[in-house]
Design a protein around this ligand. Structure first.
Ligand SMILES: Nc1ncnc2c1ncn2[C@@H]1O[C@H](COP(=O)(O)OP(=O)(O)O)[C@@H](O)[C@H]1O
Ligand SMILES: [Mg+2]
Length: 318
C-alpha cells in the first residue's frame, strides 16, 4: 500500500470536516476522491500530505508515518494544491528551476529537470513567459509539473481540473495518462464523476467527511441503475401511451418529466434498449424530438447514495 489511513478525524471548532475515514491505496494505482464542495476532500489531502495533523487516526504514506516522520513523507510525495502555488511573477521555467533548487537538485540538475518537464507538459512555448500571463489550463499543467520536479512516488492532486474549460481539461487528462503509465501512485480529488471514471481505478465517494461508497466507476453506476433513456415527445398528449410502451420495452419503470415533455427510464440495456424503445414508439406512431441514452451524472449518484443532490450538500448544515 502506498497510502494507508485509519480512523481519520479532523474538526474545526464545532464542525467535523473529516468524520472517520479509512483508506488504502495500492502502489501504482490511481484513486479518485469524489465529492461536492465542502465534503472534506481538501482537509483529507492536507492530512495525507503532512500539512495538517489529524485529531485522531493514523496515516502511512510511502511506508512512513505522516505524524512521526513528516520529513521522510515529504521527500517521497508531490502535492498540487487546489489553488495554484507557483509564483506569478516568475516564468514557467524559473518556477520549475526554483523548485528543483528547493529540493536540493543543484542548479544544473534543476535546469535539466525543468526542461524535461516543460516539454512533457507542452509548455515549451510558454516557458519564458511569466506565469501571471498563463491561461488556467497552462497554470494547472505547470502546477502538475512542479509537483513532479523531485520525482515523487506518490502524487496528490486536489481538484486538478476544476475551473478549466473542456479543452484544457482534456489536455490535462492526457498528461495525467502519461503519468499513470509511468507507475506513480496518484490520489486525486474531483467533483466530476466523468473525471474520476476517466482517470481512476478506484473511486471513493465522500460526503460530509465520510466515505459513503467506493468501487470502480462501473460498480458505482451499476449501483444506481446505470444509464438512462430519455425520449422527448413531440406531442405530449401521447405521454400515457409512451410511458406504458417504454416501460414494457425496457422492463423498467418510466417516469414523465412534464417540464421537458420527456419520458425517462433507468436501464442497464444499453443501445439494445434504445433500439427496443425506438421500435415500440415507431410502431405506435409516437414521434420524438430526441431519443438518447445518457450516463448517470455525479448528481444522480449523490441523490441515490445520500438522498440529497450534490448542490444541496453545500447548503445543508453538517
Ligand atoms: N481551516 C478551516 N477552518 C474551518 N473550517 C474549515 C477549514 N478548512 C475547511 N473547513 C470546513 O470543512 C469542511 C470541508 O472543507 P474542505 O475539506 O475544504 O472540503 P472540499 O475540499 O471537499 O470542498 C467545509 O465545511 C469547510 O468549510
Ligand atoms: Mg477542496
Amino acid at each position: 500500500m502506498a497510502i494507508e489511513a485509519t480512523g481519520l478525524v479532523k474538526r474545526f471548532g464545532d464542525m467535523t470536516a473529516v468524520a472517520g475515514v479509512d483508506l488504502a491505496v495500492k502502489a501504482g494505482s490511481v484513486t479518485a476522491v469524489l465529492g461536492p464542495n465542502g465534503a472534506g476532500k481538501t482537509t483529507m489531502v492536507r492530512m495525507l500530505t503532512t500539512l495538517s495533523q489529524p485529531d485522531t487516526g493514523t496515516i502511512t504514506v510511502a511506508g512512513f508515518d505522516v505524524v512521526a516522520d513528516p520529513t521522510e513523507v515529504r521527500r517521497r510525495i508531490g502535492y498540487a494544491a487546489q489553488d495554484a502555488t507557483v509564483d506569478e511573477l516568475l516564468t514557467g521555467r524559473e518556477n520549475l528551476i526554483m523548485i528543483g533548487e528547493l529540493h536540493h537538485l543543484g542548479r544544473v540538475r534543476a535546469k535539466e529537470r525543468a526542461a524535461v518537464l516543460l516539454t512533457q507538459f507542452s509548455l515549451d512555448d510558454a516557458a519564458e513567459r511569466v506565469v501571471g500571463k498563463y491561461s488556467g489550463g497552462m497554470r494547472r499543467r505547470l502546477d502538475l509539473a512542479a509537483t513532479l520536479v523531485a520525482t515523487p512516488e506518490v502524487l496528490f492532486l486536489d481538484e486538478p481540473t476544476t475551473g478549466l474549460d473542456p479543452r484544457a481539461r482534456n489536455e490535462l487528462w492526457e498528461v495525467l495518462d502519461t503519468l499513470v503509465d509511468s507507475g506513480v501512485t496518484i490520489l486525486l480529488t474531483t467533483q466530476y464523476l466523468e473525471e474520476a471514471e476517466r482517470l481512476a481505478d478506484h473511486i471513493l465517494v465522500v460526503d460530509h467527511g465520510r466515505i459513503i461508497a467506493s468501487g470502480s466507476a462501473r460498480e458505482l453506476k451499476r449501483r444506481i441503475g446505470g444509464e438512462q433513456i430519455r425520449a422527448v415527445l413531440r406531442d405530449r398528449s401521447r405521454a400515457d401511451d409512451a410511458l406504458r410502451l417504454i416501460s414494457e420495452a425496457t422492463g423498467g419503470e418510466a417516469a414523465f418529466d412534464a417540464d421537458a415533455d420527456a419520458v425517462v427510464v433507468a436501464t442497464a440495456g444499453g443501445a439494445a434498449a434504445v433500439a427496443a424503445v425506438a421500435g415500440a414508439l415507431a410502431e405506435a406512431g409516437i414521434e420524438v424530438d430526441e431519443l438518447a441514452l445518457r450516463a448517470a451524472t455525479l448528481d444522480e449518484v449523490f441523490l441515490e447514495l445520500t438522498g440529497h443532490s450534490a448542490d444541496a450538500a453545500i447548503e445543508e448544515p453538517v
